[in-house]
Design a protein around this ligand. Sequence first.
Ligand code: C2E
Ligand code: CA
Ligand code: CA
Ligand code: CA
Length: 279
Amino acid sequence: AKAAGRNTMRFFDPEMQAAVSARAALEKELRIALQQQELRLYYQPQVNEHGAIIGAEALVRWQHPRLGLVTPASFIPLAEETHLIHPLGLWVLETACRQLTRWSSVPTRAHLVIAVNVSVRQFRQPDFVEQVCAVLDSSGADPRKLKLELTESLLLDDLEDVVAKMTALRARGISFALDDFGTGYSSLAYLQHLPLDQLKIDQSFVRDLDVHPNDAVIARSIVALARNLGLSVIAEGVETPLQRNLLAGLGCPAYQGYLFSPPLTREAFEIFAEEWEPE
Ligand code: C2E
Ligand code: CA
Ligand code: CA
Ligand code: CA
């Protein structure tokens, strides 16, 4: 029905037609990018209350031959609208798991947990659990070092199916974080039923923490909610020492953001982690 809708619009709206062909071109390029291995996985450090690096969020970029480094905001949505999110998501998972296996034999890195973003479309696949297990098997990665980040939009899906998949993967040792928490659809009643390990405070509540008292109230509530549900909590988008200190004061014990580091290539992350000194 969607494709038919696009075709109809093409005849009436030249601007739309330009957009449709630009999209088609981008889709084709992204398909090639996957084959030519133009995707890169970056790693953004996650830090605990003592300043120690506890892990990294894996964030995909596209090393485009002409455009340079393309941010995910300009191709993940497109990938999600096409089937391309499936090979892309699999590549991200495989790359992250291979990285975990490499780090597992380095004493100073063996503790690191990698958080991987999983799009709802990807999670919704009937064989998602089998796919993840196959990647764990082929990479030899320790499932306890793999965290999957899901978003609240998942809660619009068949809850029983969501819970069954999460439960199966948690039985293998994988943990789950709920990303962008506070921005979406969560009803607290649903939250209680999800086998989660962590809430991730969205950066929109962190950004103005020091100037908007309401954001501090929300952040405090999320921390309290996490504690009451027995979950850990991490704040993203932490850019200033003041934000980190306010979050610490609210009881939030883990942070991610430019204050510590932007997302880094594997090589740069390893150097960063080597040279990092907790205050
Ligand atoms: P997200 O999962 O919420 O990721 C956090 C975003 O915030 C990242 O943007 C990160 O670079 C950025 N960020 C980190 N620290 C700070 C900070 O201190 N301040 C600010 N303003 N931003 C900060 P990025 O890498 O451009 O990714 C954007 C979104 O693309 C992600 O949002 C996620 O939804 C999606 N994405 C990225 N990689 C993947 C992937 O491998 N698979 C899927 N399905 N989605 C991905
Ligand atoms: Ca995320
Ligand atoms: Ca997020
Ligand atoms: Ca986000």
